[in-house]
Design a binder for this molecule. Sequence first.
Ligand code: ZN
Length: 346
Amino acid sequence: MSDLATAEFLRGLPKIELHCHLEGSVPAATAIDLARRNGIVLPSMDATRLYEFGDLEGFLAVYQAVSRAMVSAADFATVTYESLADGVKSGNLRYREIAFNPTNHPDLTYPEMLAGITDGIEAAERDLGVTSRLIVAVNREQSPAVAADLLRTVLAHPSDYVVGIGLDHNEKDGPPEAFREAYEIAASGGLRRTAHAGERGNVAEIATSIDLLGVTRVDHGYAVLGHADLLQRSIDSGIHFATCWGTALFHCGGDPAASPIGAMIDRGLDVSISSDDPPCFGTDIGNEYMRAGAQLGWSESAAEARVLSSVEATFLDDVDRAALRDRLRVELAAFGSGTAPGEQPR
Ligand SMILES: [Zn+2]
C-alpha cells in the first residue's frame, strides 16, 4: 500500500483503547467553556494556549485545573460524550476503558460524577455504537488514606461500568507500595488492577505494582526494557503494557526513533496503543496508530494484532470480552474487505 493508503487504513481501523484519562480528554474549547460557566480560572483562557506546557509537571497542573472546571454531573456527561465522539471520529474507536480521578473533584460526590459519566457513556453508545467501561484512578500525589477511602466509596456504590482501579499522576510522588491497602480493597470487590509505572525510568515501580498491587496491566511501563528478568517475567505471566505513542515521545525528546514501544513489541511483550490525554498532547487515537504504524512499519495484520491484543487485555468479564472479540473480528474483517458489517463483501 502507498503511505497514504496505509495512513488511511490505520486511522479507519476499528480500535480498542485501554489507557485514556477522562480529565485529560477535554477539548480545550470545552474546558474553557466549562470554566467560564462554573467561575473557574484556568492557566490560560485561550483555547489555542491552554494545553501549552513544557514538562509533565506543567501538564499535570493544567490537568488539575481542568478537573476543577468539571463541577456537575452534566459536565461529566458532556466531557465523556465529547471524548468518546472524538475517538470515534478520529480513529473509529469501538471500545474504551476510561480512567477518571474522583478525588480531583471535591465539589461532587462519587455517585454524582458516576451518574454523569454513565449518562455520557450510554448516549455515546446509543448514538455512535462505542462502548466503554471505567477505571477509578488513584491520584498518587494524594495520601494513601484518601485512596483507601475512595475505594471503600467505590465498593459501596457498585456499577456495572466500573471494572478496575488505576494509579496515576506524578510517579515521582507516591510510590506504588503506599497504595497497597487501596488495591487490596479493590481486589476484595472484584475490581481488576492496573497502575502507571515505569513511565519515567523507574523499573522498580513495575515490579512493585505487579508483586504488591497485583496488577495484570501496566500503564506505560517503558522502563521494563532495562531489566531482562522482569521483562521475561512479564512475558511469561502475560502482563499487558498499555502504552501511548504520543506521550511516550514526550519522554524521549520527541524522536520517534527513540520510542521504546517498538522494542517492547519486538521483545515479545503484550502491548497496546492508546491516546492517554489526547487533546492535551495534540493527538487522537487515530493519530496514535498512524504515527506508531509509520515509524514501526506496520503491515495491516500487525496493526490488527495490536487491536486484538487490546481486546484480550480488557477488564471485561469473560462473557463480555468474548462478545467484544466477536464483534471486533466481524468489524475488522468487514473493514479489511471494505464493507460495513452485515453488507455483502465487494
Ligand atoms: Zn496515563
